[in-house]
Ligand binder design. Structure first.
Ligand code: APR
Length: 181
């Protein structure tokens, strides 16, 4: 599923079902924790596929604030960079989770722009172990990406790599809403 952002000269957002570690975009985004210590889910898969060099760089960075993102090289992955984004842990919605989730996406895109990258892949940040409700997270993710693509940026292609059908369906529904609205 592909969505072209109007007025941007052909910049696109794509939704695919799959494994982000196989993506060949310039950067792939990790759903990390603020200690950049590695973990399960996407984080485990990226460190397994990328090899120990990625973790070594994460240790040197020492951590990354929630709602933000930090960048390393990508080791054995096909991408050139891994952007480690730290989404919020869901705790009911009253702790600025929406602002922090948008911040994780926005900072990732700003880092991609800073490095002159043209393509980037995202997982569904915070909707696994961090329990952010999927139907609320998907529009925030897509709107933040759309805002970035409408501005001055090197990024022309954003891919959401969604790991299961329920996640794909939630993003597809949010994308349909954006196209209508
Ligand atoms: N490719 C794409 N998406 C994946 C992959 C993969 N290889 N593996 C898992 N996912 C999906 C999950 O199904 C979920 O939809 O990524 C989404 C995010 O889930 P998590 O990886 O659990 O990320 P998050 O909710 O942000 O929690 C982050 O989990 O692994 C730890 O160290 C990590 O503490 C951090 C926390």
């Amino acid at each position: 599923m592909k969505y072209e952002i109007s007025g941007t000269g052909g910049r696109t957002v794509e939704l695919v079902l799959g494994d982000i570690t196989r993506q060949e975009t310039d950067a792939i985004v990790n759903a990390a924790n603020s200690g950049l210590r590695g973990g399960a889910g996407v984080d485990g898969a990226i460190h397994r596929a990328g090899g120990p060099g990625v973790m070594k760089e994460c240790r040197e960075l020492g951590g990354c604030p929630t709602g933000s993102a930090c960048i390393t090289t990508a080791g054995r992955l096909k991408a050139k960079f891994v952007i480690h984004a730290v989404g919020p842990i869901w705790s009911g919605g009253g702790s600025n989770e929406a602002g922090l989730l948008a911040g994780a996406y926005r900072t990732s895109l700003d880092l991609a722009k800073k490095h002159g990258l043209s393509s980037i892949s995202f997982p569904s940040i915070s909707t696994g172990a961090y329990r952010y409700p999927l139907e609320q997270a998907a529009p925030i993710a897509l709107e933040t990406v759309e805002d970035h693509l409408k501005g001055d940026t090197s990024v022309s292609r954003v891919v959401f790599v969604l790991f299961n059908q329920a996640t794909f369906d939630a993003y597809a529904a949010a994308m349909a809403e954006l196209q209508v609205g």
